[in-house]
Ligand binder design. Structure first.
Ligand SMILES: [Zn+2]
Length: 206
């Protein structure tokens, strides 16, 4: 068996997602046409939200590449990793760790593909709102799920998966150090936190 590597994995990952979009599923209506902005307004069960943080939430992918495929998403509608504040970067990292620990505990995953596609040219299905994928892998899972079969069984599977992960999440939660939060950071004690001169690039915001 050859290792396809993460590149091939992510390519396959997005195929069912794109097909679903071609069929018009999951497209929100309204002035702000972004699923990752709409999902947090839903209740957890409806939106398949596993956990909500201060700046980041964890949600099951509606069109998963593999069982337990989570996405870690900042609430803010920003496209690029460099747009994130240090607080968002820290919580995105903490949520990624918690996602791995939770999925490992619940499902016994052997490995993960972790990462984000930056820009539609890189394969991002929703390029305007960045999201980190955490895709559990098992030995022998290299046969990709048939899309048709997947959509048929998915609603109940996703609901049950969400319930399992949400119940296990808090027991594995990785805390963001309080020092990373700007509200508690003192400039002298935390020189890495946002001094304008140290960060010549435009700060994320708006
Ligand atoms: Zn958005």
């Amino acid at each position: 068996m050859s290792d396809d590597g993460p590149g091939a994995a992510f390519e396959h990952l997005w195929t069912p997602y794109r097909m679903a979009y071609i069929r018009g599923e999951g497209k929100p209506t309204g002035p702000h046409d972004c699923p990752f902005c709409v999902i947090p307004t839903m209740d957890d069960e409806e939106g398949l939200i596993v956990a909500r943080g201060t700046t980041v939430f964890a949600v099951l992918n509606l069109y998963p590449y593999n069982a337990g495929h989570l996405m870690l998403v900042p609430y803010r509608h920003v496209p690029d990793y460099t747009d994130l504040t240090s607080e968002e970067v820290a919580e995105l990292g903490a949520f990624t760790q918690t996602a791995m620990r939770t999925v490992r505990t619940v499902s016994g995953a052997h490995g993960f593909n972790i990462g984000m596609n930056q820009g539609s040219v890189a394969g991002a299905g929703i390029a305007d709102h960045l999201h980190q994928h955490a895709v559990p892998r098992w030995g022998g899972d290299t046969n990709f799920m048939p899309v048709i079969g997947l959509t048929r069984v998915l609603p109940q599977v996703l609901k049950e998966t969400r319930d399992l992960l949400a119940a296990a999440w808090s027991g594995h939660a990785v805390r963001v150090p309080s020092s990373i939060h700007p509200t508690t950071a003192s400039p002298s004690a935390h020189p890495t936190t946002a001094s304008p001169s140290a960060h010549p690039t435009t700060p994320a915001g708006t």
